[in-house]
Design a protein around this ligand. Structure first.
Ligand SMILES: CC(C)(COP(=O)(O)OP(=O)(O)OC[C@H]1O[C@@H](n2cnc3c(N)ncnc32)[C@H](O)[C@@H]1OP(=O)(O)O)[C@@H](O)C(=O)NCCC(=O)NCCS
Length: 251
């Protein structure tokens, strides 16, 4: 599955719930589901179910191979903001994740991080669902390129959408924490500043490090510029009118 950067295109589905009537949202959302299932099943086996209601209101971010105008996602990840979760009466996934993984100390700290962000008017997101197509993973050069574009996309998304902070969990087996620390994430610490132990996740039984990004790394932001042209030219599926309608109704 070798593909150069010129054949790759970023797609963002900014809340599939709002742009569902766009046939491109339906097509790419279905492909995103396929990618997520294949990516996670390859790592954890049959039975893993890495999707939930938040996928419908997330900012879905995809890197796709463009084959003659047909887009095939090879990397995906989602971002669920606190304000979006609240609009749809979902528990913020960073909190529900700790609850369902029976990690009450982690939950308390995430609640504090979220409350502090809210108090200071800073948007915060839960980032999850990161996967790479298992075939693409076999090609190390290609998966390294995808990881680099992903780092750039993460920074540009957080900068341009004004999502100031993020929490997530990094699978230790895939050294995801090492990758994420480069973005500006740090391991979550307790009230005394001591790093919390890894959580064993409810949905995969896998040890993960709980991480918090309070500020993007300047180095990662600088490096993101290399991929700005891809970010600027991305296919952006959204529906500002629908968003405005919804906001008016619930205001
Ligand atoms: C996370 C993911 C996108 C990373 O893909 P990738 O960039 O191609 O990275 P790899 O799968 O090659 O794994 C990265 C590292 O973990 C190691 N690794 C991978 N599978 C492993 C295993 N079963 N046991 C031990 N180490 C393993 C690799 O050797 C590699 O280490 P190295 O960099 O020292 O060589 C991919 O593994 C994936 O889709 N996983 C399933 C979904 C998931 O768990 N997502 C959440 C991540 S936070």
């Amino acid at each position: 599955m070798t593909s150069g950067i010129s054949n790759l295109r970023i797609v963002t589905i900014d809340c599939p719930y709002d742009s569902w009537n766009d046939p491109r949202t339906q097509e790419l959302f279905a492909k995103m589901v396929g990618l997520r299932l294949e990516g996670f099943k390859a790592a954890y086996g049959y039975g893993i179910l890495p999707l939930d209601a938040s996928d419908f209101v997330a900012n879905q971010q995809l890197i796709c191979v463009d084959k003659g105008g047909h887009l095939f996602p090879v990397l995906g990840q989602k971002s669920v903001t606190l304000s979006r979760a609240a609009k749809h009466r979902l528990t913020f996934p960073g909190i529900s994740f700790c609850q369902m993984s029976a990690a009450p100390i982690h939950e308390r700290i995430v609640r504090r991080i979220v409350a502090d962000a809210e108090k200071s008017g800073r948007e915060i997101s839960y980032e999850g669902g990161w996967t790479i197509d298992p075939n693409a993973r076999k090609d190390k050069e290609f998966s390294t390129l995808l990881r680099r574009i992903y780092a750039g996309m993460f920074c540009l998304y957080h900068r341009d959408y004004q999502v100031h902070e993020a929490v997530g969990c990094a699978v230790v087996r895939f050294k995801a924490h090492e990758h994420f620390h480069g973005f500006g994430y740090k391991p979550v610490a307790d009230d005394e500043g001591k790093e919390l132990p890894n959580i064993v996740t409810y949905f995969s039984g896998e040890p993960v490090q709980l991480i918090h990004m309070a500020e993007l790394s300047e180095k990662a932001l600088r490096e993101a510029n290399e991929f700005y042209f891809m970010w600027k030219n991305r296919l952006k599926l959204d529906s500002p009118e629908a968003v405005q309608e919804v906001l008016k109704k619930i205001a």
